[in-house]
Design a protein around this ligand. Structure first.
Ligand SMILES: Nc1ccn([C@@H]2O[C@H](COP(=O)(O)OP(=O)(O)OP(=O)(O)O)[C@@H](O)[C@H]2O)c(=O)n1
Ligand SMILES: O=P(O)(O)OC[C@@H](O)[C@@H](O)[C@@H](O)CO
Length: 395
């Protein structure tokens, strides 16, 4: 059984799904799967997932197989693994890759700290790749850390947006609709194979449009946009102490809330907590100062948290200066240090750029420069363009 919309169709809303005859299949055998909802945690050994990832991605038209194509510099397959790993009741995730890509895959698992993954060699067709994964689960070999599951979810490695609710639906349907005597060794690779060769009742579970498959180049662009949108939903504004006197940081925060009206803009009072809640965007406001003490403190915290392992974190160091009436001289020199900071930060997947906001006495002019600053901040967060790191933008 498989889930999700037809392969190759465009994405609608962000977020994963599985589906019938494409997307995530659930080849299932099993006993009472109704247990999975409430008891998923304690029945952890019952579900495994097999991810076919042995294709060459001909239709993508690039030399790299699509599962290894980068999105925000991270291979597509890593996003799919991340989506499955989030589901605590999936005990084992078996990935089928070609022999030539085995080392690449091991490197991805290590770099992005994926857990519960085992690798098997892919076959010459998708079905054969799946079959190899199922065999690894069926074989009760001594010294094998894999245990035979009750249900196996089959999910294309190139469908990065899959969520727990649809996986649960499919696993539950697998139990309710049969497959109970099915021997995984000779089991269903796909729903039509199950129907053709086995006397099982099978159920097609409707997925959502989010389960589209990355097939063509345009799909990579779509996936990147979805991911960027997802990680731009929270912005944290960190203020320095001078802010209490000047209030411009709060004005900027208010304007950001208006500009990014669907985005949660929070003040960074409890930075540790905000980082834990996976906020990937920080605006560090430095009122009337050109040094980077506050920004540096923030960079250190982000680095220590490992937040940037999976996604690039955007940090914008904002400096309010009345640069029309006060000669910049030494101050400017200090601000230019941003290039060095940014080069270091980039090594840790932190995209640091600077923003100089004109701070005139006149209210009207100040509002205008705040508005411009807001537009620039919003673009830096939404675009996540690493070409702009280390740049000092002026509003
Ligand atoms: N021998 C194969 C062929 C495909 N797949 C996997 O099956 C999934 C869905 O297949 P498809 O979109 O057709 O991928 P490709 O075969 O790589 O693409 P194309 O048909 O464009 O070459 C992909 O994750 C792909 O890596 C596999 O594991 N083993
Ligand atoms: O060749 P298409 O891109 O239409 O689909 C590939 C299918 O094999 C894949 O989507 C599976 O999920 C279907 O079982």
């Amino acid at each position: 059984m498989e889930l999700g919309p037809p392969g190759g169709s465009g994405p609608a809303e962000p977020g994963p799904r599985l589906r019938g005859l494409r997307g995530a299949d659930a080849a299932a055998s099993a006993s009472s799967l109704s247990r999975f909802g409430a008891e998923a945690g304690c029945r952890a050994s019952a579900v495994a997932a097999v991810l076919p990832a042995g294709g060459s991605g001909e239709r993508m038209g690039v030399p790299t197989p699509k599962q290894f194509c980068p999105i925000l510099e991270r291979p597509l397959i890593s996003y799919t693994l991340q989506a499955l790993e989030r589901v605590s009741w999936i005990k084992d995730i078996i990935v089928a890759v070609t022999r030539e890509n085995m080392e690449t895959m091991k490197g991805i698992i290590q770099r992005y700290q994926h857990k519960r993954i085992s690798l098997v060699e892919a076959g010459v067709t998708r079905h054969r790749s799946i079959f190899n994964g199922l065999k690894a689960l069926a074989e009760d070999q001594p010294n094998c850390r894999l245990s035979k599951p009750e249900v196996v979810i089959i999910h294309d490695a190139v469908r990065p947006f899959v969520e727990e609710d649809v996986l649960l639906k499919v696993v539950t349907a697998a139990q309710e609709h049969g497959c109970s005597d099915y021997d995984l060794e000779f089991g269903t690779e796909c729903l039509h194979l199950a129907l053709k060769y086995s006397h099982i009742k099978a159920k097609l579970v409707e997925g959502s449009p989010d389960l589209w498959k990355v097939t063509y180049k345009r799909d990579l662009y779509a996936a990147e946009s979805i991911i960027k949108e997802r990680i731009s939903q929270k912005v944290c504004v960190v203020m320095d102490t001078k802010e209490d006197e000047e209030h411009v940081g709060h004005c900027l925060e208010e304007m950001l809330k208006t500009e990014l009206n669907h985005v949660k803009v929070t003040s960074g009072q409890d930075l540790q907590q905000i980082i834990l809640e996976q906020c990937y965007n920080f605006v560090c406001v430095n009122v009337m100062t050109s040094d980077f003490e506050e920004t540096q403190r923030l960079l250190n915290m982000v680095e220590e948290s490992n937040l940037s392992i999976l996604y690039p974190v955007v940090v914008i160091s904002v400096h309010f200066l009345d640069y029309e009436s006060v000669p910049l001289g030494q101050k400017m020199e200090k601000v230019m240090q941003i290039r060095e900071f940014a080069k270091e930060a980039k090594k840790r997947n932190i995209l640091l750029s600077g923003l100089l906001i004109y701070f005139p006495q006149e209210e009207q002019k100040l509002r205008e420069s705040l508005r411009q600053g807001t537009t620039i901040i919003s673009a830096l967060i939404k675009e996540r363009n690493s070409g702009l790191i280390g740049q000092l933008l002026v509003a």
